[in-house]
Design a protein around this ligand. Structure first.
Ligand code: ATP
Ligand code: MG
Length: 614
């Protein structure tokens, strides 16, 4: 081990000034290396809590969950709640740092808000009732209602209404990186859908709509930079505003087959949308001439495919009629072509907010007076909404309102009335794009970030106003912006792995280099390893030294599993030729490096990989 401390600070040109040794072991073993800011640059594996596992846990369904457990990055405490072990935490911190840089660059100011929030604020915003059981509610010892923050619009709006007085205090953007709790009904996929998770949430405050749009645009750009700098392949899609509310929103999606969200992309123009929201162009056109309505005996034709086969008509000409109950609203009959599904989010938004629920056959019979399962729009006494495609139909097949009969050649407007035509269908692969009509494709993605234009929703409900130049008081225009940090780390694993383990992008890797001495009993091997470890860490290359006295096969397996971008092997054989072995985890390419100048060569590779995304 070189004792020349001067040589250590020589690395300053490479950006890590004053890299130094942390304490002394007295037995000559390489120690944890920290830089001048206290960050760990070099770490040996012995004594670091990095337990690897051969088998995946039984409850792990997706690859990121499996690999993050197996590589010793996280451990489960209980359903949807995970501990971060040292290696995992390093990746999390990297995402955090990348986010901070962009937030600070776009003039967001960092704050830290409490997790425990008084229920009063949620009652003021109206979300105490609306949020549902995902919101964990509890009482303190004085019997006061509290919630554990799933998000912080209420708390931040409360802060702002107290602190912001005039237009001079605006615009303002505040962010935090903090733990959220959502009592998700089905926590799963490890960090992807946890109950407790870490989020970066930012909130912007502006005097008017135009200024709020600029804040939104800045955050959109900041988010694009964040995910680019994380080394992720992502897409930005139009999204539904959900329980957060507000006027428009975009989601940042990491494309991966295991993603929970389906996304529609136009092959020609830039239209991209979450399927929850995706509009369709005129996905069905009917050109048959209209014919008079006729009653047809259709025994045992309860389902669309049977009925279509019996009637010798395509499923798209069958009109499905479904009765929905809407809390606080009138029961509504929803009509949709037979081969299509109703998009629940579109329906909910169309019917005015409350979650519509499909009526049971008994309820439908009670409400419509028609026998169970034979609901018909013809002569119906309830409100009827229909998908846009229904309006283009001349000869539809609908229920006849009695058992075993249907009506053929039914035409909306002539044979039954429709109160409103709406876009209600789930978009499908091949549907025409709503903007340019080209066919759309459907891919899957993981939502890692979400930006919302909130407008006045919270500022009006909670009285967050500012005094304008002319002395009048107006509500502040808000936006909110979230990134799930754990989900981002998991999404990176989901997108970057092979059968042997994780393949970290350089930007998120817990360490940049895995240094593997193969014969730790051989003083020549350890001396060369220690010298390289010192040099690499002095140069600011984050190095994990596998100093364990284990078989080479085991070290290689673990190195592949953990997936640090560069693996450097020091062996008796290599040293005999004055060489080290370098393996690129992603390409699996192996090259021999001359011992002389090896650290500098590795530094250059590290910088090249980081530079590709900067
Ligand atoms: P989802 O639709 O996936 O439930 P959301 O729309 O509820 O997400 P937001 O309220 O916009 O999510 O939260 C911002 C970000 O926080 C999300 O983009 C996601 O990255 C992260 N996030 C949300 N819920 C969870 C969760 N249960 N576990 C981990 N991360 C989450
Ligand atoms: Mg959610």
């Amino acid at each position: 081990m070189p004792q020349d401390d001067q040589s250590k600070t020589d690395g300053s040109a490479a950006g890590v000034q004053g890299a130094k040794r942390e304490g002394k072991t007295g037995n000559g073993e390489p120690e944890t290396k920290i830089d001048c800011r206290g960050e760990v640059i070099g770490q040996r594996l012995t004594g670091y809590l990095a337990p690897t596992m051969k088998e995946s846990p039984a409850d792990a369904e997706v690859v990121s969950h499996k690999l993050m457990i197996r590589a010793g990055l996280i451990r489960k405490l209980t359903a949807g709640i995970y501990s971060w072990l040292p290696l995992g935490l390093r990746s999390l911190r990297k995402v955090e740092r990348i986010i901070r840089v962009e937030m600070n660059r776009f003039k967001a100011r960092e704050v830290l808000l409490p997790s425990v929030q008084p229920a009063e604020l949620w009652k003021e915003s109206g979300r105490y009732e609306k949020y549902g059981p995902e919101l964990l509610r509890f009482k303190d010892r004085h019997d006061r209602d509290c919630v554990l923050g799933p998000t912080h619009e209420e708390v931040i709006t409360d802060l702002i209404r107290r602190e912001v007085r005039s237009f001079r205090d605006l615009p303002l953007n505040l962010y935090q990186i903090q733990t959220k709790f959502r009592d998700e009904i089905r926590p799963r996929f490890g960090l992807m859908r946890g109950r407790e998770f870490i989020m970066k949430d930012a909130y912007s405050f502006d005097t008017d709509d135009a200024a709020a749009d600029l804040s939104y645009r800045d955050m959109y750009q900041a988010y694009s930079n964040v995910f680019t700098n994380c080394g992720l392949e992502f897409a930005v899609v139009e999204a539904d505003s959900g329980t957060i509310g507000g006027s428009f929103s975009h989601e940042f999606m990491v494309l991966a087959e295991t993603g929970e969200d389906a996304l529609a992309f136009c092959g020609q123009c830039s239209y991209a949308s979450n399927l929850e929201k995706a509009k369709t162009g005129d996905y069905l056109t009917y050109d048959e001439p209209e014919a008079p309505i006729v009653k047809v005996h259709t025994p045992n034709c309860r389902r669309v495919p049977e009925l279509a086969a019996f009637m010798k008509t395509p499923e798209s000409s069958i009109i499905k009629s479904m009765l929905f109950e809407v809390e606080g609203g009138a029961p509504t009959l929803v009509l949709i072509p037979g081969h299509r599904e109703i998009n629940q989010t579109k329906l909910k938004n169309a019917l005015g907010g409350a979650e519509p629920r499909l009526a049971s056959p008994e309820e439908a019979e009670r409400i419509t007076g028609v026998p169970m399962g034979f609901v018909t729009p013809v002569g119906a006494k309830v409100k009827i909404v229909a998908d846009l495609a229904i309006g283009r139909m001349n000869n539809g097949v609908v229920g006849a309102g009695l058992a075993d009969y249907h009506l053929a050649n039914a035409k909306p407007g002539r044979d039954f009335q429709v109160d409103e035509y709406l876009d209600l269908a789930v978009a499908m692969e091949g549907d025409p794009c709503p903007h340019c009509g080209s066919p759309m494709t459907v891919k899957r993605g993981i939502e890692v970030g979400h930006v919302f234009k909130l407008g006045l929703k919270y500022s009006e409900a909670m009285g967050a106003t500012y005094m304008g130049r002319d002395g009048t008081s107006s509500p502040i225009v808000m936006g909110c912006y979230g990134i799930g940090l754990g989900r981002t780390v998991a999404a990176s694993v989901e997108q970057n792995h092979d059968k042997d383990g994780i393949i970290w992008p350089m930007a998120l890797a817990p360490f940049q280099v895995a240094l593997l001495p193969l014969q730790v009993q051989n003083p020549e091997v350890t001396a060369a390893t220690d010298a390289l470890y010192d040099r690499l860490t002095d140069l600011g290359v984050e190095t994990l030294l596998d100093d364990r006295d284990e078989r080479p096969g085991m070290k290689f397996k673990d190195a592949d599993l953990l997936g640090l971008p560069l693996r450097v092997t020091v062996s008796e054989k290599g040293l005999g030729q004055g060489q080290l072995e370098l393996k690129d985890r992603r390409s699996r390419e192996v090259t021999m490096l001359p011992l002389e100048g090896a650290a500098e060569a590795i530094l250059a590779l590290r910088d090249k990989a980081l530079g590709q995304v900067a």
